[in-house]
Ligand binder design. Structure first.
Ligand code: ADP
Ligand code: MG
Length: 341
């Protein structure tokens, strides 16, 4: 069952140069208890997607998104975009919580860890006593693997290491047992060992709470480890959407193929140059007509001036590339005689 269904989401910003269309018809579904990866290079619209879902776009530049964002946990069902502002505080935290790359931007430097945890609990469980909130805060810090939580609870964010701060942010996010956790590059700023610990913690907590995760990252290694399904974004659109195995073993969009190729492999020779997708994401005011990837695509032809629509490759696998079948056919042609020599 889809707990979150995003349909044709369009998000625009007012800028000095005019209206920028940061998301241009994004659709995907997040299943209950599962992890959906949102991947793509910097600037492709991942954070704008998460801020649109949370209704936290910066004002006044960010316009109200168009489209639908349906939440449905079985007992509650509503379109987030149609909710009056006063309902949003109840949705944020209780139904959907979010963690960011840099915990210092969301933790308040002047309050202790315990104060911030208890403030969150107070908003959502006003009937809870002070003692119960303190006890619950210690439990939450224990759950996220913070040693000596009875001491840490009295500390300020700057007294903690990066990994510990990220754990505190996760504890705050989980304080209200949300149905959905949106994690926007949660481990990008952490070193590899700490990153692995945080990812493992997220998986553990997800199972415990049967929580759905929208996992935003540009790191395909993390995607392989964390995600059930993957939505590949390019320049404000969804290029491809498929189960994680399909994305890695049977990518259909030339952009996805490029991303997969650019992952460093342990078995390739050190000398061989890392593949990279040439060029840059076009800026929002100079998008090519038709497919947005065409100016970087090794397979582009005149046909790509026509806008692609999502096509079903097989169950759960959709690709937005007009030429995907031709490209696949060309790639699977057996090598000619000279190729065998
Ligand atoms: N406040 C804003 N005003 C204008 N444009 C913005 C704003 N925030 C984001 N954008 C634009 O939206 C696009 C998507 O940005 P973002 O979602 O942050 O990318 P990502 O998270 O994938 O790196 C970019 O082109 C960015 O410049
Ligand atoms: Mg981002």
């Amino acid at each position: 069952m889809a707990i979150l269904t995003v349909k044709n989401l369009v998000t625009t910003f007012e800028t000095d140069r005019g209206t920028a269309r940061a998301l241009d018809g994004v659709s995907f579904a997040l299943e209950k208890g599962q992890t959906l990866g949102l991947v793509g290079e910097s600037g492709c619209g991942k954070s704008v997607t998460s801020l649109s879902i949370m209704r936290l776009l910066p004002k006044p530049a960010g316009n109200s998104p168009e489209g639908e964002i349906l939440f449905d946990n079985g007992s509650d069902r509503f379109d987030i975009l149609k909710q009056p502002v006063e309902n949003l505080l109840k949705i944020r935290g209780r139904k959907i919580a979010m963690i960011f790359q840099d915990p210092l931007t969301s933790l308040n430097p002047v309050y202790t860890v315990g104060y911030q945890l208890m403030e969150t609990l107070k908003v959502h469980f006003p009937e809870m006593s002070g003692a119960a909130m303190f006890k619950r805060s210690i439990e939450l810090l224990t759950d996220v693997g913070i040693p000596a939580p009875d001491q840490r609870i009295h500390e300020y964010p700057h007294q903690l290491s990066g990994g510990m701060r990220q754990r505190v942010m996760i504890a705050i996010a989980l304080a209200c047992e949300p149905d959905i956790l949106i994690a926007d590059e949660p481990t990008t700023a952490l070193d590899v060992t700490i990153q692995a610990q945080i990812l493992e913690l997220m998986r553990k907590l997800q199972q415990k709470n049967d929580m759905a995760i929208l996992f935003i990252t540009h790191d395909l290694g993390v995607v392989a480890e964390m995600c059930d399904d993957v939505c590949v974004m390019y320049a404000g659109k969804v290029a491809e959407h498929a189960p994680v195995g399909e994305i890695f073993n049977n990518p259909k969009h030339p952009y996805t193929q490029g991303l997969i190729h650019s992952i460093p492999k342990l078995d390739t020779e050190q000398k061989s140059k890392l593949f990279e997708i040439k060029g840059m994401v076009p800026d929002l005011f100079s998008m090519p007509e038709g497919c947005r990837f065409q100016n970087r695509c090794p397979h582009a032809t005149a046909a790509c001036k026509q806008a692609p629509v999502p096509e079903r490759v097989k169950d759960g696998h959709e690709v937005s590339c007009i030429r995907h079948a031709e490209i696949a056919a060309a790639n699977s042609t057996p090598p000619g005689k000279s190729g065998l020599e």
